[in-house]
Design a binder for this molecule. Sequence first.
Ligand code: G4P
Length: 525
Amino acid sequence: MNKQELQAAVDKRRTFAIISHPDAGKTTITEQLLLFGGVIREAGTVKAKKSGHFAKSDWMAIEQQRGISVTSSVMQFDYQGKRINILDTPGHEDFSEDTYRTLMAVDAAVMVIDSAKGIEAQTKKLFKVVKQRGIPIFTFMNKLDRDGREPLDLIAELEELLGIEGYAMNWPMGMGKGLLGLYDRRAKQVELYRENEAGERFLPLDADGKLDPSEPISQESIYRDTLDDIALLNDAGNQFDLKKVMQGDQTPVFFGSALTNFGVETFLKNFVAMAPAPSEHVLEDGRKLSPVDPNFSGFVFKIQANMNPNHRDRIAFVRIGAGEFERGMDVTLTRTGKVMRLNNSTEFMANSRETVESAVAGDIVGLYDTGNFQIGDSIFAGKEPVEYAKLPQFTPELFMRVTAKNVMKQKSFHKGMQQLVQEGAIQLYRTYSTDDYILGAVGQLQFEVFKFRMQNEYNSEVVMTPIGSRIARWIDETQLDEKMSSSRNLLVKDLAGAPLFLFENQYAMRWFQDKYPDVRLTAKL
Ligand code: G4P
């Protein structure tokens, strides 16, 4: 690819993830997007994968047992001249650090909210990570075919709970059984929920934002309420501000119903038009790297092991930050300086694994790995070494004590533990007093995967004793006094030797802060 071709290819890329609370409708909406992209022909394909009936699946054994996807995958399709990459963020019981790390590899996020429930816990956590990156966040208020909360409340909640301005791009005309359609403020039209007799789906609005009086609107009162809401939004609501949107300070809000495929394509069209193409990446030394830099480089944001139990392979997911990836190219692993040839690459589609021939900045490639890569690693093809900024650490919330079941097998226990921790599969801490091993995770499944892999890959059976959920807070080593530790705030050190307390609950943490007002407690992301 020459320079212009690379620029054109990068400009086409739209790489994003969906953040939501379980059951808000992420799977359903993803499926609709894949339908529009022509990746799947029938609704039900993605859901079938989720429920374990997916014929072509070759996911790791634990995934098959549970019928859920353990780690995120990537779906790619073309829509209106753009190449869309959707990075899946595991959300149910499979919520893990991978979910967070995936958000480091996207250029935008889509937040799906159940309009009957509003903003829920997991959405809040994921939002925090995305917000910190300062990337655009688009909101889809789902399940409009059911009675939900007042749309004005939902918009207000964005600001109250998340601290982001909401700008309603369209507005529901009724809800549940009374859903008439969507009032599109920007395209100046009404999108009917069901086509009218003439089969029209879109009705134009006049300069005053009103429908032609001759249009048959089944429920006048709903239409009048909509006009009242729109007047209120125009007068007292937020002004649309693209600059704020791009910085993640304002979120364009779209309403719809993923299940009945209403408002989803409108959302997709607007998203594709507004979402950014890949932009510069900040490197560890503070320099900025252009996505159209001619030399290929990228970073590993996830390593998935044993996707195919027959092959015991691992796949390192690389987000391309700059240049073009070509099969068979030589790259250098920045951390070790080792040069390797990238012969075996895969790309993940919704329902098949295809070998990638070439990909550019914004795309994700999966590289077969025999143990070379670690999460956060950079690879580059040019002469100049490239090191992407380190991935942030996340604060684990769940903890377990772990020991080897068979004391004679300490060696494989330590080896497995060391490798899995290095890979970023789980966090490891040691207690100060007794040097016990404590594992930390953001989701329960990380423990299960850990146990499974210790057994299967390192032949080490482990015993895990739950400590439960804890609030982890780091403190400055100079302020540490081991006497500060009690049963309610377990003192441990992380891999780097930095001390932290695992507080039993908020109450224990406040008690500690009252007792030691000078000690500064800090969290990771
Ligand atoms: P998730 O991936 O975010 O966890 O959510 P998912 O899409 O699986 O949706 C969760 C439930 O909500 C599903 O129902 C799904 O059919 C339903 N749903 C999604 N979008 C809409 C919508 O726009 N309107 C309505 N009314 N429901 C919606 P389920 O009964 O749990 O699963 P299923 O039996 O339908 O598969």
